[in-house]
Design a protein around this ligand. Structure first.
Ligand code: NAD
Length: 485
């Protein structure tokens, strides 16, 4: 059977779609209905080798182009992505189940932003000059070589672009492995980059499960590995990369705090808590899933939240008025249901949701627990679904200590009208991305990444260049060479 969303082939290698039907079957399921929408295959070792070889072969010529030339291709790709936003957003919705209302503004558009931003930076890459009397030193900012990107399933287009754009801007080539759950969108990124003039072999996509990722990470041709995924996978990938002394970026999970003081704007705080827990059906790494609300406004917060939840609209994700989609997969729904059951067993008060929605697909209600205590499982572990935990607190000191009492350190938010407190609080938070009086905004201009177990390195912002390139120091002598004998 052929599906409208069936890609030309499973992989994109050396500028072309490539199939090898002997690879493990990789069915693609539309989360809103549970229907199959494409049949793909995981890459065989021979295809993985072909992709890495193509990337290795293409890299010197790509790095030898000027930054302006590389950047022009990336910026052209950004324009094509924007022009095709609707089509790409519909595919993203089919791949992930996220409502079109979201994907139209948050996925291909964010990918295009990254291609445009790093396309612009490509021409500015430079080293420095250090005068040492008559002698001098200069540094060259050079590419790392062949990079591997491995993606999670929640933002397949964005993740591919957030990795490819800085990698390619710096003169690296890439083999990207999307999540096995959402394999469709990265193929479009590859197609668009080719259309924009990217030389063959510079960006390749191979599909597969964890073992394909593991094969890529351990290959000697690979100089850099960038993973977006869970902490357990991050541990394995980091260890495997360390074996080959490869550079890494690890964008991992979180259990981030959102702290709301009595003096905050209640309406804005509720909006932020909704965005921080229910956007993308809660499947966002930086979500503020531990919502600490100061005692004076907690009941008002819960009341207003309950009212706002009445405006949740489920239904066909391709209908632009739908504002809440299904979980990405049956498996992810089961994981989230397990956490909801644990929350109830351990004594948290369920104040909204908690159940499945009737019908086909992997739907689950937006869920809120109140009276959550720090020792409970739902307070400590990443759920990666639409489950908000609300905690009480009395003082700033208490909120800070409890906000930081986690192995994770991806993100955090604070709501207060007291500007001194806002900055003091944020300075003491152990989290890579913090927001004051908002939540979950991640523009490409701002560095993004985790502290503690949430990751290593940063994506986005100028600083990403340092994670996708290396420095060479060149000492230049101008006089005679002295020697002891
Ligand atoms: P996951 O860790 O299960 O898988 C991530 C990717 O790693 C997949 O492509 C998978 O095939 C691959 N993989 C699995 N085992 C591997 C191995 N041994 N070697 C190499 N690759 C391997 O994560 P997921 O369930 O797809 O995504 C959800 C997780 O991702 C959550 O923890 C979430 O917080 C995290 N996430 C983080 C960010 C961020 O930027 N910090 C963004 C999105 C998602």
């Amino acid at each position: 059977m052929t599906y409208p969303t069936q890609p030309e082939a499973s992989h994109f290698i050396d500028g072309q779609y490539v199939e090898d039907a002997s690879g493990t079957a990789l069915p693609v399921i539309y989360p809103a209905t549970g229907e199959k929408i494409a049949d793909l295959h995981a890459a065989t070792p021979a295809l993985v080798d072909r992709a890495l070889e193509a990337a290795r072969r293409a890299q010197p010529a790509w790095a030898a182009m000027t930054g302006t030339e590389r950047g022009r291709i990336l910026r052209r790709a950004a324009d094509i992505m924007r022009a095709r936003n609707r089509e790409l957003s519909e595919l993203e919705t089919r791949d992930t189940g996220k409502p079109l209302q979201e994907t139209l503004v948050a996925d291909a558009t964010s990918g295009a932003d990254a291609l445009e931003y790093f396309g612009g930076l490509a021409a500015t890459l430079s080293g420095e000059h250090i005068q040492l009397g008559e002698d001098f030193v200069y540094t060259r900012r050079e590419a790392l070589g062949v990079a591997v990107g491995i993606g999670a399933w929640n933002y397949p287009t964005q993740i591919a672009c957030w990795k490819a754009a800085p990698a390619l801007a710096c003169g690296n080539t890439m083999v990207f492995k999307p999540s096995e759950t959402t394999p469709l969108c990265a193929l479009k990124v590859a197609e668009i980059l080719k259309e924009a003039g990217l030389p063959d072999g510079v960006f390749n996509v191979v599909q597969g499960y964890g073992e394909v990722g593991a094969g890529l990470v351990s290959d000697v041709r690979v100089a850099k590995v960038s993973l977006t995924g869970s902490v357990p996978t991050g541990r394995k990938v980091y260890a495997a990369a360390a074996e080959g002394m490869k550079s890494v970026t690890m964008e991992l999970g979180g259990k981030s705090p959102l702290v709301i003081f009595d003096d905050a704007s209640l309406e804005d705080a509720v909006s932020a808590a909704i965005n921080a827990n229910f956007y993308s059906t809660g499947q966002i790494c930086s979500n503020g899933t531990r919502v600490f609300v100061q005692d004076g406004i907690r009941e008002a917060f819960l009341t207003r939240l309950a009212e706002r939840l009445k405006a949740v609209k489920t239904g066909d994700p391709l209908d632009e008025t739908t504002n809440f989609g299904p979980m990405v997969s049956e498996r992810q729904r089961e994981i989230v249901e397990g956490f909801i059951a644990k929350g109830q067993q351990e004594g948290a008060r369920l104040v909204a949701g908690g159940g499945r929605l009737e019908g086909e697909g992997f739907w689950i209600e937006p869920t809120v627990f109140a009276d959550v205590e720090d020792h409970m499982t739902i307070a400590r572990e990443e759920i990666f679904g639409p489950v908000m935990s609300v905690f009480g607190f009395a003082t700033e000191e208490e909120a800070l200590e409890r906000a930081n009492a986690t192995i994770y350190g991806l993100s955090a938010g604070v709501f207060t009208r007291d500007i001194a407190r806002a900055h003091r609080f944020v300075a003491a938070l152990q989290a890579g991305s913090c927001w004051i009086n908002t939540y979950n905004l991640t523009p490409v201009e701002a560095p993004f990444g985790g502290m503690k177990m949430s990751g290593v390195g940063r994506e986005n912002g100028r600083v990403a260049i340092e994670h996708w390139s290396q420095l060479k120091t060149v000492y230049v002598a101008t006089g005679a060479v002295e020697a002891p004998f």
